[in-house]
Write a protein that binds this ligand. Structure first.
Ligand code: R5P
Length: 288
């Protein structure tokens, strides 16, 4: 087996290769003067079993993935790992005339070449996997986040999802380590007043870990952190699977009272404290 590192996942690809005890192929990426991306797999990978690893964070990451799938046409078998599948939040038409962006992306990947299986890590909405015309498997990084939180020895952490959409993630982070978990929910106090607080638990005097699948602008987390601070939570940590971190997301979260930010390496950043490499490698071993 050989790993083909895409432009957006070179560090993670190297870690997956190390876990598998196999080689990561040498690839060349550059831009033509007009901005088009040039992609080349330098090593000879003919007749090999290959695993392409490429997150889709920027638009050009999709181009790179399509190029890599096209370039490995003589492989025996090709698997694709997409640690972060961007555009997954545009999973339906919210307004008339909109594209279902993730469907367009899934279709283009499915048509780019012969792919055996596609692996994704915590896709925003699992239902979108039906848009791929290839076998898919979703891997769950939530227990890895739970393990990291446990190692930090935060006293009695409470895992909080910032909204109902994060319920499953909060549960999956908390359950293996037997942490308490809850999600923030709106409660109508009167016709003029709405209160947002954890559905069941009190956070007063407790250390909280807010978990979400994606942090982009940090708006969702900042709002949640401010609300939890107002309810007298003690230290507030934030953990996500995919740290997109655009604009002033980091300072915004710190200004809202967040003590520490934790992300995985599906998107590499200085906050990538949790690696999904071992989990991906173990899955690839099972399927080879
Ligand atoms: C939304 O459904 C997602 O789960 C995240 O809560 C959202 O994408 C976070 O975005 P932002 O950081 O911009 O608030």
């Amino acid at each position: 087996m050989k790993i083909i590192p895409g432009i957006s996942a070179r560090g993670l690809a190297a870690r997956i290769a190390a876990e598998l005890g196999c080689k990561a192929a040498s690839c060349e990426f550059k831009r033509f003067p007009d901005g088009e991306l040039y992609t080349r797999i330098v090593d000879d990978v003919k007749d090999e079993e290959l695993v392409i690893v490429q997150s889709i964070r920027a638009d050009s990451d999709l181009i790179c993935l399509l190029q890599l799938i096209d370039a490995v046409e003589e492989a025996v078998k090709t698997k694709v790992v997409i640690p972060y599948l961007g555009y997954a939040r545009q999973d339906k038409k919210f307004k008339h005339g909109e594209a279902i962006s993730v469907r367009a992306i899934a279709r283009s990947i499915s048509a780019a070449g012969v792919v055996d299986t596609i692996y994704v890590v915590n896709v925003h909405n699992k239902a979108v996997l039906k848009y791929f015309d290839v076998d898919t498997k979703e891997l769950d990084a939530a227990p890895l986040i739970g393990d990291y939180v446990a190692k930090k020895e935060i006293a009695h952490p409470v895992i909080i999802g910032p909204d109902g959409g994060a319920t499953e993630l909060a549960k999956a982070v908390a359950t293996p380590r037997r942490f308490d978990y809850d999600v923030l929910a709106k409660k109508r106090i009167s016709s003029e007043e709405v209160e947002i607080k954890p559905k069941e638990l009190s956070v007063e005097g407790k250390n909280v870990v807010i978990v979400d699948d994606i942090i982009s602008t940090g708006g969702t987390i900042s709002e949640a952190a401010s609300l939890l601070k107002a309810q007298k939570a003690n230290d507030i940590y934030v953990a996500c699977v995919h740290g997109v971190f655009v604009q002033n997301a980091i300072s915004r979260m710190h200004n809202a009272g967040v003590k520490e930010i934790i992300a995985t390496d599906t998107i590499e950043s200085e906050f990538s404290r949790v690696s999904v490499a071992k989990m991906v490698a173990e899955e690839l071993k099972k399927q080879s």
